[in-house]
Design a protein around this ligand. Sequence first.
Ligand SMILES: Nc1ncnc2c1ncn2[C@@H]1O[C@H](COP(=O)(O)OP(=O)(O)O)[C@@H](O)[C@H]1O
Ligand SMILES: [Mg+2]
Length: 357
Amino acid sequence: MALQGVIDRLKKTTLEEIGVSFSLADILRDMKIEGDNVYLKLFSPSDKYHDFLRKKAEEVLKSIGAQQVEIEFTNEPPKATAPQTPPPPQAQQNPFENKRKIPKVKKVVAVASGKGGVGKSTVAVNLAAALKKMGYEVGYLDADMYGPSGPTMLGAKDKQVLAREDGKLIPPESHGIKMMSIGLLLPSEDTPVIWRGPVLFKALSQFLFDIDWAEDELDFLIIDLPPGTGDVQITLGQTAEIDGAVIVTTPQDVALIDVKKGIQMFNEVMIPVLGIVENMSYFICPETDKKYEIFGKSRTEEVAKQYNIDLLGKIPIEPKVAEFGDLGIPIVLAKEDTASSKAFIEIAENMIRKLSG
Ligand SMILES: Nc1ncnc2c1ncn2[C@@H]1O[C@H](COP(=O)(O)OP(=O)(O)O)[C@@H](O)[C@H]1O
Ligand SMILES: [Mg+2]
């Protein structure tokens, strides 16, 4: 097999599926060709990508006639060699650190959860509202490409997204919060969204970088992620500069397993976890004001301690949270004297402290 042929082929094999904009050739650290047998050493900072990269490389090499393919991985960044010629200015040391700043935003916070239905969107929207109430300029980006609920929760279902001549999207505003959601761009709420790797990557990248958030600058952008640790989260983590992540959970033990996964994922893409928010922590009976821990004793504190992560706050189950959510008014703005509104404000304050500390 000809060396140049193999290199050309690796160059053409892009890795869009894992949300990065480079090819196999870009992560090639070493290669040996003996007859039709090929040995490759590839750079990958985390074992998470090994299976994918191995499969991809084997497929490509076998398609051009390789018999045996041996692949090894390294997570060592490239050694600085004494440069004969100065490196081009855009040279990347570590392709997985290829992060860009989201334009016109000072601080970006991603709100994540291991599974759906734990109240991630509720927390994201109310955190945005709490920050707005404190006097900050705030944006909310609904990046839940599979189940966007932002437009409902912010009462923005009928708002229009305008596109400028240069292609930049102008976000509508609701309750003083600039907002953008894939839900606003789809023809109908019931349209199922099936994203394939490259399309997802493109849509998300436009979402992240082509929104004209403010004339001046937003103080905070809150990103509502889809549940889990899938393509969107990884793409986001690898392409955008995120200042921190907030992980939303409920007190059940099963949810805590997902918290651990979430923490690991953010560590891998080098996004600091600002803390955990425990939602639906307890129920206050409206008649008696008595507190009920209906999911049993919470172990969130224990897990937070184990990972050395703050518990930013606990939010009770309060029917009004859901009622006002459905009405499109965040509870923080609708009923400031409720236990949950107070909890959201406290969580926002803790979050700001973590971001500036
Ligand atoms: N603290 C709470 N008290 C009462 N209802 C809540 C609370 N948090 C969330 N909900 C409700 O639970 C449902 C799921 O919340 P949502 O924020 O959409 O979750 P996710 O974004 O994680 O899927 C929604 O109907 C929401 O109004
Ligand atoms: Mg949601």
